[in-house]
Design a protein around this ligand. Structure first.
Ligand code: IMP
Length: 200
């Protein structure tokens, strides 16, 4: 039987991307829902790394199999890294991204282009049943735009402008976003780490 890996997310959009990128691992990649797991995990870490490890470890303890988990968010340099690990909770979990995005544009009002730098960060942790932990980090650099642009992607994508592509990440095709994104990079990096760990 193929080895089973659980990816600790309930987000089906992410699972599609994750399955595509991890396809050559020769393992069956299950979501929390696929694995029938419904646990409440307190993501009270202060860094993306801490939160990814907290999630991966909690689900590994529950299931006894290799578990991957991610934590991601937007860091805006002018706002000292905000919203950072609080990206999903910024202005409240249930507040629409139209409001969150407009609020960030307003907070950067009058700030010149060269000071609007930002990045999306994604950290993926792997928790093995024997206690080993592996981590991988991916980033994509951009600037905060002056208005929302594009209908693709999700979250902060409409205000995340890629100067070298002349568009926001909400205007990229899914394939292009997977190629360039923080999550795509972190996934490909953790895949290489896992291949090495299995051989070792
Ligand atoms: P989590 O890693 O699923 O907890 O997500 C963290 C939050 O960061 C999301 O809810 C979004 O607000 C933001 N975020 C992470 N990745 C992206 C992205 O690719 N585009 C837009 N927003 C993102």
């Amino acid at each position: 039987m193929r080895e089973q890996i659980i990816f600790a997310t309930g987000n089906e959009g992410k699972m599609k991307e994750i399955r595509m990128i991890l396809a050559d691992l020769d393992a069956e990649v299950l979501s929390l829902k696929d694995a029938g797991i419904d646990i409440d995990i307190r993501e009270d870490g202060k860094t993306f790394e801490e939160n990814a490890v907290i999630k991966a470890r909690a689900v590994m303890k529950e299931t006894g199999v290799l578990v991957l988990a991610d934590d991601s968010g937007l860091e805006i340099d002018y706002l000292n890294g905000e919203p950072g690990v609080y990206s999903a909770r910024y202005l409240g979990e249930d507040t629409s991204y139209r409001i969150k995005n407009q609020n960030l544009i307003d907070r950067l009002q009058g700030v010149p282009a060269e000071q609007r730098t930002a990045r999306f960060v994604c950290v993926i942790a792997a928790a093995f049943p024997d206690g080993r932990i592996l981590k991988a980090r991916g980033t994509i650099e951009g600037v905060i735009g002056y208005e929302e642009r594009g209908g693709g992607g999700f979250g902060y994508d409409p205000i995340f402008w890629l100067p070298e592509y002349g568009c926001s990440t909400a205007e990229l095709s899914m394939e292009k976003k997977n190629e360039l994104s923080h999550r795509g990079k972190a996934l490909r990096a953790i895949k290489e780490e896992l291949k090495k760990a299995v051989k070792a």
